[in-house]
Design a protein around this ligand. Structure first.
Ligand code: ADE
Ligand code: ZN
Length: 324
């Protein structure tokens, strides 16, 4: 099964580019930009990655992003991720970035987008990896800040396909961002949002009904509401599930407890993704392998994750046909 998984073409739909910052690059950028970090070595950084929930991860994750200053830093970050995609046979990827993590520190929106976009273009040309870019609003900040971010994104519509919603789900439900998502839809952006990762199933329902989301990031707590599960099957709403992330953030204690295969067998459009691979110990192949090790599956079932991701992606219908 290992060689089948390695060789399987993959499509990633849930990847925070800031979450692909490996400790080695963090160190190199800290030195290059003269930024102090509270660690002495990449191994010490890795040892600090012990999380007990989403918030304990986010605290260290936003700190890590402080080393990203120049356009070249965002380019280097994205290029390193694309090389990992190539190694994992990822043929298409849809990447999140968090503009406010950078603009709040005085880094211009344009610098961030230009660095990421330049690497994505090079990835398309030289690695044959297609991609889309999604800007996420931080849900622990207020809606006014999200509106300001949306307006900064308007001059980059040629590079940004959609908007998303991430950060602390507890206490920051989707309805807090109803108006800004309506505005984003009016501007022609597609919408997605994290929901049902740590938060209740109502967040998934409201993400669909109030934010117009075409897919739900995580969504694994849908199982607590049978009517919602039926709806997700009926409407074939994609869930971008991140198995190693869920394990690291203690959403599930053991991969054997993870519900992704149960959801697949119920007929939901579930996909496998890496979320923040530098923090959670694995890229796409590692995530597929971890699920397959804990839940014996047929090759057809494993391949279904890729077929689901193709259908759930923002690539055009013609290209979807070609990939299927
Ligand atoms: N930002 C980066 N990773 C995240 C996750 N798993 N949930 C919410 N926000 C995030
Ligand atoms: Zn995420």
């Amino acid at each position: 099964m290992t060689s089948f998984i390695t060789g399987l073409p993959k499509v990633e739909l849930h990847l925070h580019i800031e979450g692909s910052l490996e400790p080695e690059l963090m160190f190199a950028l800290a030195e290059r930009n003269q930024i102090a970090i509270p660690f002495h070595s990449p191994d010490e950084v890795r040892a600090a990655y012990q999380f007990h929930n989403l918030q304990s991860f986010l605290d260290i994750y936003y700190q890590g992003a402080n080393v990203l200053i120049h356009e070249q830093d965002f380019y280097d970050l994205t290029w390193a991720y694309l090389l990992r995609c190539k190694a994992d046979n990822v043929v298409h990827t849809e990447i999140f970035f968090d503009p406010q993590t950078h603009t709040e520190r005085g880094i211009a929106f344009d610098i961030v987008v230009k660095g990421i976009h330049r690497a994505l273009e090079q990835g398309r040309e030289t690695l044959g990896i297609s991609s889309q870019l999604i800007m996420c609003f931080l849900r622990h900040l207020d809606q006014d800040s999200a509106f300001a971010t949306l307006s900064q994104g308007l001059s980059h519509k040629d590079k940004i396909v959609g908007v998303g919603l991430d950060s602390s789900e507890q206490g920051n439900p989707p309805e807090k961002f109803n108006a800004v998502f309506q505005q984003a839809l009016t501007e022609g952006f597609l919408t997605v949002a994290h929901a049902g990762e740590e938060g209740p199933p109502e967040n998934i329902t409201n993400t669909l009904d109030l934010l117009g989301a075409t897919r739900v990031d995580h969504g694994i707590r849908c199982v607590e509401d049978a009517a919602l599960v039926e709806r997700l099957v009926r409407e074939q709403v994609p869930l971008t599930v991140c198995p190693l992330s869920n394990l690291k953030l203690k959403v599930f204690e053991d991969m054997k407890d993870h519900n992704i295969v149960e959801l697949l067998r119920k007929g939901l459009r579930v996909t496998i993704n890496s979320d923040d691979p530098a923090y959670f110990g694995g890229y796409m192949t590692d995530n597929f392998q971890a699920v397959a090790d804990a839940h014996p599956m047929t090759q057809e079932e494993i391949a279904q994750f890729t077929l689901n991701a193709i259908q759930a992606s923002f690539i055009c219908e013609e290209e979807k046909q070609r990939l299927t």
